[in-house]
Design a binder for this molecule. Structure first.
Ligand code: 5GP
Length: 192
């Protein structure tokens, strides 16, 4: 999506440690008109797929997932919640995810009542790096018996492993912008 690439070039900053900061329109301040066009693009890319629900992870996935849902017949959006520690009471699907940006592990949970066997799910997130967040969401879908119809990502960092491994496993992964290289010294960003 050329427009998203332009936003990234214009407003993004490249940090040490392979982190791209896009606080100006995605991760802190939210450009909802852009989110709307991203939702429209995912709807085009996933046209014909049955989608009963969108599943994302807090916090930054929530905004884009909610706006995207407007383009998928207003299906419900469920977000996996992050906790430092949890008491499992059997009413939740739970897994643990290593956070790329915070460099620590989180427990994530989804209440069983919000994800059901046989439901067709679209996974949405802001970034794809090594794939830990998505693998956690996939694990939760598998535990629920829900079907992952596709994965919509705003920004994939193509030089990290997550995207290649999810595509190899057969997932329909659609990233709106794929960064192939970025340089914290010059701020240069190359797209695929
Ligand atoms: P993964 O789990 O694929 O390694 O990393 C994806 C998650 O980490 C996303 O949910 C996102 O919040 C965060 N993340 C990974 N890389 C970046 C990045 O370069 N910039 C920002 N802002 N978040 C990132």
């Amino acid at each position: 999506m050329k427009e998203l690439e332009e936003y990234i070039r214009r407003f993004g900053t490249v940090k040490e440690g392979n982190v791209l900061k896009v606080d100006a329109f995605l991760n802190h301040q939210c450009d909802v008109a852009l989110f709307d066009r991203m939702g429209e693009e995912w709807a085009r890319l996933f046209a014909g797929k049955p989608v009963d629900k969108i599943l994302t992870i807090e916090a930054s996935g929530i905004g884009i997932a909610c706006v995207a849902a407007r383009h998928f017949n207003n299906v419900p959006v469920v977000f996996a919640k992050k906790y430092q520690s949890i008491n499992l009471d059997g009413e939740q699907y739970a897994t643990s995810i290593h956070s790329f940006t915070k460099q620590k592990d989180f427990h994530v949970i989804v209440a069983k009542k919000f994800l059901n066997a046989g439901e067709h799910v679209l996974l949405v997130d802001d970034f794809l790096a090594n794939g830990c967040a998505l693998n956690g969401l996939i694990e939760i879908c598998e535990a629920a018996g829900a079907v992952v119809e596709g994965i919509g990502i705003a920004i994939e960092k193509g030089f990290q492993d997550g995207g290649a491994s999810l595509r190899e496993r057969g997932y329909d992964l659609q990233s709106l912008a794929i960064v192939d290289a970025m340089d914290p010294a010059t701020g240069e960003i190359e797209f695929r």
